[in-house]
Write a protein that binds this ligand. Structure first.
Ligand code: FE2
Ligand code: FE2
Length: 271
């Protein structure tokens, strides 16, 4: 069994007061992430504890949901979802960050690590955004995330978000990135990345911007510290400088991705 200290876990989320302000889904997500991390550590301690890709595949019909579904659309512990807080009429990125991207602690840690490593602001921003789209869609999330943010951020930022997904599957010892045990657990130890991931990796190896998505994967590795408490505050100025906030509000701006922001804002819409 996994050793789990409830007090440590609550402290890792910023204490009981902070936990009290989190939605039920956010708490469930954090708990799921924490259990995944502990599983990863427990499995790493065993010599052959990882499932095969076939065993992962066999689990598909044991769930009432598909693993690719966005976190804001289901409650993976089987309980009902809760009412989401109302959005302002012209929501900004920071409104979405606070009110809809509720599983954001990992992204904050990742951006914090990138900042500590002295990475440039376009890539720090990519770290801050890199997994946020998982509230909408988890499958192929790097590509969905890049599309969601592309109209509003520098090209190199969306490039880094898009391709962190492919580079996550490939070790780069020189850059300080090792293939994570978490992937052995969730994809299976013998998993082979899909053809589009292989093709993008081959393209990236010779790309002048290889370093940008690679940095996202490196900061990603160190962004699962259960004791880290980070806030959006150190990144507000970077968002202000590099995120082109539409004055009508995200979702009301007529961009090619406005519907994606509306769906994140209103996931209870039946059609
Ligand atoms: Fe990711
Ligand atoms: Fe990540």
């Amino acid at each position: 069994m996994i050793d789990f200290d409830r007090r440590d876990f609550i402290a890792s989320l910023g204490g009981a007061a902070a936990v009290g302000l989190m939605s039920h889904e956010a708490r469930a997500d954090e708990l799921e992430d924490e259990l995944n991390r502990r599983l990863q550590l427990a499995q790493a301690a065993e010599s052959s504890g990882f499932p095969t890709a076939a065993e992962i595949d066999a689990q598909i019909t044991t769930r009432s949901y598909r693993r690719g579904a966005g976190r804001n659309f289901l409650n993976t512990d089987g309980e009902n979802v809760t009412r989401l807080p109302a959005m302002p009429a012209a929501p900004t990125f920071l409104d979405f960050f606070e009110l809809r991207f509720q599983s954001n602690n990992h992204c904050l840690q990742s951006a914090n690590k990138a900042m500590e490593r002295g990475v440039d602001e376009e890539v720090v921003l990519a770290c801050l955004l890199h997994d946020l789209v998982q509230v909408l869609m988890r499958a192929d999330h790097g590509y969905w995330g890049a599309q969601l943010f592309e109209p509003y951020v520098p090209e190199r930022t969306s490039f880094a978000i898009r391709y962190h997904q492919a580079l996550r599957f490939y070790t780069d010892t020189e850059a300080g990135y090792q293939y994570p045990d978490l992937y052995r657990r969730i994809f299976g130890e013998d998993y082979v990345p899909a053809p589009h991931i292989q093709a993008d990796y081959a393209m990236l190896r010779n790309h002048r911007w290889y370093d940008a998505p690679r940095e996202v994967t490196v900061s990603d590795l160190y962004a699962f510290d259960p004791n880290a408490v980070v806030t959006i505050d150190p990144f507000v100025d970077i968002v202000g400088r590099h995120f082109k906030q539409p004055k009508e509000g995200l979702g009301n701006d007529g961009s090619t991705v406005a519907h994606m922001w509306r769906t994140i804002a209103s996931p209870d819409a039946p059609l």
